[in-house]
Design a protein around this ligand. Structure first.
Ligand SMILES: Nc1ncnc2c1ncn2[C@@H]1O[C@H](COP(=O)(O)OP(=O)(O)OP(=O)(O)O)[C@@H](O)[C@H]1O
Ligand SMILES: [Mg+2]
Length: 337
């Protein structure tokens, strides 16, 4: 399959006065054109830093210390600032947590949308730009777009501003859209609507999407595949259905609110006891070791990824062939004796 984005063994670290924070530790994933992937994980698991690394917008005290980020085959890590600015405007766009941080309070909505087109499509006429803006505003479900264009950001509700952000991010028909918790500031019903809207429009336009959330429930019906992050590492990757119905990693079970060996159908969201490990320390053990209810002695060493199904991988010793054989033998003995 042709790939749009390939992230290979990415490491991103931050210098702080307490030491080096290892925020992203060997993350790899890929995305096909038009594919929708969710990144889920608790607060601090490295979801945003992964996204910002793709965009080459890591904070100034941070750096990408290893890995490659291939976008249409060329490595974004090696691009100049100027090249990245052009890619960010046109090929990859982003929707941030807080729309007010991206909208300028002193300009009208219409002016700001027009500026995006003016900067990136220099040859486009004013009339064509306006037609494109009106079309986009209609697509994100805004009634009376001409009137909306004359309004200022503070005159709109949170949900409306979020729609403007979606319109703005899709205006240039990007190949990849990254939406980082576009919904946390909004109430749950609007959250679901916004998430659905992003995916609906992206599907229509053939845009690939990375949706970032700490809530597996939010991406339930909308993502093609899911990557679960914990303490800067990917612990499980799977197609959405498999992740829901056949979660493999104990942490994913935790996110789904069901412990291994308990009822797999149960997927209410419950907090997992304990807290995430210190990202300042070099770790030998599995990052989930201390919180894992089924940890074994071998988990003091970091597990590799194991294939647990089609397109389904988990970083857990419980999927080592020897462990599976041992479990099967135990089951057999139980049924026989
Ligand atoms: N500029 C920075 N300097 C130092 N540490 C940072 C910096 N930015 C992020 N971090 C650390 O990197 C880790 C990963 O942060 P990140 O923002 O990616 O988490 P997240 O998964 O997006 O969490 P949330 O769900 O809360 O948004 C955290 O421990 C965070 O404190
Ligand atoms: Mg974040």
């Amino acid at each position: 399959m042709e790939k749009l984005l390939e992230v290979k063994d990415l490491y991103t670290t931050f210098k702080t006065k307490h030491g080096e924070v290892k925020a992203v530790n060997g993350v790899s994933f890929d995305l096909a054109p038009g594919e929708i992937m969710a990144i889920v994980g608790e607060s601090g698991s490295g979801k945003s830093v992964t996204a910002m690394s793709v965009l080459q917008l890591v904070a100034r005290n941070g750096r990408i210390s290893g890995g490659e980020i291939l976008f249409e085959g060329s490595d974004l890590v090696k691009k100049t600032d100027k090249e990245m600015r052009s890619i960010r405007g046109k090929d990859i766009s982003m929707i941030f947590q807080d729309p007010m941080s991206c909208l300028n309070p002193v300009f009208t909505i219409g002016w700001q949308l027009d500026e995006v087109l003016r900067l990136h499509n220099k040859g486009m006429s004013k009339a064509d730009r306006t037609a494109r803006i009106i079309d986009m505003l209609e697509q994100v479900g805004m009634s009376n777009p001409e009137a909306r264009m004359k309004q200022y950001p503070h005159e709109l509700s949170g949900g409306m501003r979020q729609r403007i952000m979606i319109a703005m991010s899709l205006l240039l028909d990007p190949k990849l859209l990254i939406a980082d918790e576009p919904t946390t500031a909004l109430d749950v019903t609007i959250q679901a609507q916004i998430m659905d809207l992003i995916v609906e429009l992206a599907k229509k336009m053939g845009t690939a999407v990375i949706l970032i959330t700490h809530d597996l429930g939010v991406v339930a019906g909308v993502a093609d595949k899911v990557m679960v992050m914990y303490a800067g590492e990917v612990v499980e990757k799977a197609d959405l259905r498999d992740l829901y119905y056949k979660p493999a990693h104990p942490y994913t079970h935790g996110l789904l609110g069901a412990l291994p060996r308990l009822n797999m159908e149960k997927n209410s969201l419950q907090p997992i006891p304990g807290s995430t490990p210190d990202l300042l320390l070099e770790r030998e053990e599995c990052p989930f070791f201390e919180r894992c209810s089924v940890a074994m002695e071998c988990c003091r060493k970091k597990p590799p990824f194991y294939n647990v199904g089609e397109n389904h991988m988990a970083k857990c010793w419980r999927f080592h062939p020897d462990f599976i054989a041992y479990q099967n033998k135990q089951k057999e003995e139980q049924t026989n004796g």
